[in-house]
Design a protein around this ligand. Structure first.
Ligand code: FA5
Length: 342
């Protein structure tokens, strides 16, 4: 077959193949196979060297014409293939602008965290400094320096999470007093918020992990009157206009000691079936007292020269009273219906 006949046969065959192709890749592949540097047309033109020089221009011209024809047809087929792909993409991406917007659900701060932050904010405005204290304690800080007698029931393994090395998860935030007082000199006005741990069974008002804020003030001539005045001020700032009641009580690390109740904001003592105060009209909110001379001595202070008050409150308790929540378990169950109310 002459070269011209070969070129014409290639052109006809290629144009016919273009008709059958509809994808970008297949058409590009065909272009390379026929017109590429190692393609079929180049292969045919290699035969030019055996053709008399005079015939070569005509063959070259025929080859160029075939190349143009094939290129044009492939371009047209590519454009058609792209148009089809584009219209099917548009059809699948139809957006119904009349649909209602989906919206982004917004997170909220946990009610316990918010309660803690609110209380801390009030203390800070009253001049107290926030100090962190370890959650893992030793017997010395959690009990001994706080004047717990050796046989005190709180030291019992039943009440405390003990670690294998003999240390323990702090059962209250009061050990912070020992850390801070040993490291610094009075005057001191400090609060220590954080988690605490006791082997209490989970029920309506108790959890094995709960939060406390301990607060203490040490200076010359601090009196019980300062404690009463300060606590009443704090509770009024936190709860609004609320009745406050002090009852004598005992903690090894204070003398005298007191428990403080606030008037029930839900029923104001008028509902015998009140689910918050159970008709008592009063709710215990914290333990307090004057720092025991033995504790002051244990940290190297002279109880003849300085005195201090201290109290510790339960954050869960604060939040429950503030929002009339009657089950402490709600704080950890992560029920969104509960959490969304805050
Ligand atoms: C103490 O822990 C003392 N350290 C407080 C204190 C500090 C007294 C400084 C005097 C001077 P108490 O064991 O009562 O005291 O606990 C304080 C508060 O923690 C309680 O009023 C209660 O609100 C909360 N609380 C105690 N146990 C639990 C528990 N299992 N679950 C939830 N809250 C608890």
């Amino acid at each position: 077959m002459s070269l011209v006949a070969e070129i014409e046969a290639l052109e006809v065959a290629t144009l016919a193949r273009v008709e059958g192709l509809s994808s970008d890749e297949a058409l590009e592949h065909l272009r390379v196979e026929v017109l590429g540097r190692k393609g079929a047309l180049t292969a045919i033109l290699r035969g030019l060297k055996d053709v008399p020089a005079g015939d070569r221009p005509a063959i070259g011209e025929r080859a160029n014409a075939a190349k143009r024809a094939i290129e044009e047809r492939i371009e047209a087929a590519l454009a058609a293939a792209r148009a089809v792909a584009e219209s099917s993409r548009l059809a699948s991406e139809v957006v119904d602008v009349t649909l209602p917007a989906r919206g982004w659900p917004r997170g909220r701060r946990h009610p316990l965290l918010r309660t803690m932050e609110e209380a801390i904010d009030i203390f800070e405005r009253m001049g107290f400094e926030v100090v962190e204290s370890p959650e893992i304690e030793d017997d010395e800080h959690n009990f001994e320096a706080l004047n717990f007698p050796d046989d005190h029931p709180a030291r019992d393994m039943q009440d405390t999470f003990l670690l294998e090395d003999g240390r323990l998860l702090r059962t209250h935030c009061t050990p912070s007093q020992v850390h801070v007082m040993r490291a610094r000199k009075p005057p001191l006005a400090v609060i220590t918020p954080g988690p605490t741990y006791r082997r209490d069974d989970l029920d309506l008002t108790h959890a094995p992990m709960f939060h406390q804020i301990d607060c203490f003030l040490v200076d010359e001539q601090v009196s019980f009157a300062d404690l009463k005045g300060f606590l009443t001020e704090f509770l009024t700032a936190f709860f609004g206009d609320v009745a406050v009641r002090f009852r004598a009580s005992f903690f090894p690390f204070v003398e005298p000691g007191a428990e403080v109740d606030i008037g029930c904001a839900l029923c104001r003592g008028k509902d015998a079936a009140c689910r918050v105060c159970r008709g008592e009209g009063w709710l215990e909110i914290l333990g307090a007292g004057m720092i025991h001379p033995n504790v002051l001595r244990a940290v190297g202070y002279d109880p003849e020269k300085v005195s201090g008050f201290a109290f510790g409150l339960g954050v869960e308790r604060l939040a429950m009273l503030r929002h009339a929540i009657d089950d402490i378990r709600l704080f950890t169950e992560n029920d969104l219906r509960f959490l969304r109310q805050f």
